[in-house]
Design a protein around this ligand. Structure first.
Ligand code: BT5
Length: 257
């Protein structure tokens, strides 16, 4: 297992928002759960929780995230966005992840709506955003990210065949510290951009594999089928149904038909 150097990390992010506080855990339940606990106790925006291993790593909709100890990037960042920016965090975080992985490794990265990070059509990472509101104001948001770095995903129960890791794609291990630094830097740029109102919808649209395809979207409500026509500025998927109407979906799982 390659080790993180926490002093080097702290030096690299000095003066930045992302990583202004860093909690590094050998083993925890879920970095999102730890980060939510800290955020409720007023931890500052930019606090990062990083773990080598999760015993209850979470996906969306009650699913799990699996990763052997020391194999991955498993982290959560506390943010305190305004209500209007909250729905855009998935776009912001997935773009930052895509830019970081692409920039650090040179591998081409695409995204699958709403939160999958893909290399050559296979899932290399996922994003889980959780937020708590106080009335109409977000109390905080936690952006969780899992990226498969140095392990054989095929050997881990709970990881589907449609997954991959950076080491599988590169044919060699990749230093996690370098990837983490790239990720924090891209998150910094993307989040500061978002707060300043910089447009991100265009790049997100270009990276999405999903658009133009006939898809089935399953989630909390009844399944919907249609042509994935576009995304809006809130990151919602615009689905053209068979009857010609346009449906805006803010969550769900997409499968190709
Ligand atoms: C996600 O959910 O893709 C969001 C994953 C977020 C994980 C990070 S790790 C740090 C932070 N702390 C947490 O507790 N969570 C976040 P979803 O789209 O629901 O995908 C979950 C599904 O992906 C599972 O049901 C499996 O089928 C599959 N899966 C599980 N582990 C995987 C892995 N390592 N690589 C690829 N697919 C995986």
């Amino acid at each position: 297992m390659d080790r993180f150097s926490i002093p080097d990390l702290k030096a690299a992010v000095a003066g930045k928002l992302m990583g202004r506080r860093l909690l590094y855990l050998a083993r925890t339940t879920s970095t999102n759960e730890v980060a939510k606990g800290l955020a409720r106790r007023r931890a500052p925006e930019g606090t990062v929780v990083l773990a080598e291993e999760q015993t209850a790593g979470k996906g969306r909709l009650g699913r799990s995230w699996a990763a052997p100890a020391g194999s991955s990037l498993l982290l959560s960042v506390i943010l305190r966005p305004t209500l209007s920016r909250l729905p855009q965090l998935t776009m912001m975080a997935s773009l930052a992840a895509a830019r970081a992985v692409e920039g650090a490794t040179g591998l081409p990265v695409r995204l699958k709506w709403p939160n999958d990070v893909l290399i050559r059509g296979k899932k290399v990472g996922g994003i889980l955003i959780e937020a708590e509101l106080a009335g109409q104001r977000p109390r905080f948001a936690v952006v969780g990210m899992g990226l498969n770095v140095n392990f054989d995903v095929g050997a881990v129960p709970g990881i589907p065949e449609t997954a991959t890791s950076l080491s599988l794609e590169l044919g060699r291990d990749f230093p996690r510290q370098d990837l983490l630094l790239a990720l924090l830097e891209e998150l910094e740029t993307a989040y500061q951009g978002l707060k300043a109102g910089a447009p991100i919808q265009e790049e997100w649209r270009e990276r999405l594999e999903t658009l133009g395809r006939w898809v089935r979207v399953t989630g909390k409500g009844p399944p919907e089928e249609g042509r994935a026509e576009d995304v809006d500025d809130q990151g919602r998927l615009l689905l053209r149904l068979a009857d010609g109407s346009l449906l805006a979906l803010s969550e769900g799982d997409v499968s190709l038909r």
